[in-house]
Design a protein around this ligand. Structure first.
Ligand SMILES: [Zn+2]
Length: 344
């Protein structure tokens, strides 16, 4: 590490931005965008930070956080991590996943539920009585903080939308998110069973590593969630919307108002028109509206109404911490707030 930058040979892979005004002395770790941060590099980065005596780090990267926690760095879910008093080189002994998830979720009890041969089953119950079960492969690379984040996001959506959100009972994390094994689908929802499926690349370090190597720095088609949110938060929100949207589509007033308001924001009659912007002979205003969906939401949000609103919901639920979401996302959120006000 030199000049506030962490190097791997001749390659800079992270810049440190000290914030002298911060009480915890946390240094923001800014990853250099062109570097594909695989697990080995994340691990070397944490060792370099410990060796340099950095007291705390403010970083959202899943692998850096997972490697840091494995070396005894501590802190609440999604918050800065504080260095241990004596930093071990290399990860310490494997953790009890259920206990580690429980420790990261104040206001909830998380416990292992029985013993499966290849899967770890966990039950989470909040102090206000909400329950979810999570199934994850029983592997040593499961990242407790990512499981906790996914659970916390699911509980928060459940709390915000009340009974309309009560259809989700469980989350299963497996390779290929419920059989869609093309590594493009990070989640899938099956509303009949009350379960949604998430790919292991959202919660297991080796799969995150493999996914990053495969993507090699390319962006996915789906919207990326801003710091401090993890990709799993965004996919949980997206999949949860597929449960909520059955109510929305069955409520003509809400459906029509979403269609009208999003269309008005984009300067077209309805959102459906914007989504048809790629059709041959689509008027220029439809095409321009479609282009705004790509930039303000994601390429995947141009697929169809259902996927588009799921992507809007993801970005509305996971806003940037110090900014506001894009105008289209704000418009979407305003309609939801109007028809489904937050509980007191
Ligand atoms: Zn979807």
């Amino acid at each position: 590490m030199r000049d506030g930058t962490v190097w791997d040979g001749a390659t800079a892979f992270a810049a440190l931005d000290p914030a002298p005004d911060r009480a915890d002395g946390a240094v923001a770790v800014r990853l250099i965008a062109s570097v594909v941060l695989i697990r080995d590099a994340a691990s070397a980065l944490v060792d370099a930070l410990a060796a340099a005596g950095v007291p705390a780090i403010d970083v959202a990267d899943e692998l850096v956080r997972s490697e840091a926690r494995a070396r005894g760095w501590t802190g609440p879910l999604r918050a800065p991590l504080r260095a241990p008093l004596t930093a071990p080189l290399g990860p310490t002994s494997p953790v009890d996943v259920a206990a580690a998830v429980d420790a990261l979720m104040p206001g909830a009890t998380v416990a292992r539920r029985g013993f499966g041969r290849s899967a770890l089953s966990v039950r989470a119950m909040t102090d206000d009585g909400l329950r979810l079960r999570v199934k994850v492969p029983d592997r040593p690379d499961v990242v407790p903080e990512l499981m906790a984040a996914g659970l916390e996001t699911a509980f928060a959506i459940r709390r915000r939308f009340g009974r309309m959100a009560s259809g989700v009972r469980g989350i299963t994390i497996d390779d290929g998110a419920g059989g869609m094994d093309d590594h493009r689908t990070l989640g899938s929802a099956q509303s009949q069973t009350g379960t949604f499926f998430l790919d292991t690349s959202l919660a297991c370090a080796d799969s995150i590593d493999a996914q990053r190597r495969r993507m090699a720095g390319r962006r996915g088609v789906s919207a990326a969630t801003p710091k401090p949110w993890f990709p799993i938060d965004g996919v949980v929100a997206h999949e949860y919307w597929h449960n909520l949207d059955t109510t929305v589509v069955a409520s003509p007033a809400v459906y029509l108002e979403l269609n009208r308001a999003l269309g008005a924001e984009l300067g077209v009659e309805t959102y459906e028109h914007a989504l048809r912007g790629r059709e041959p002979n689509a008027p220029p205003v439809w095409q321009q509206a479609l282009a705004r969906i790509v930039t303000e939401v994601s390429p995947y949000a141009t697929t169809n109404w259902r996927e588009s609103t799921a992507e809007l919901f993801k970005l509305w639920w996971c806003p940037p911490p110090d900014g506001v979401p894009s105008p289209l996302v704000r418009c979407f959120g305003a309609v939801l707030d109007r028809f489904y006000p937050a509980p007191e």
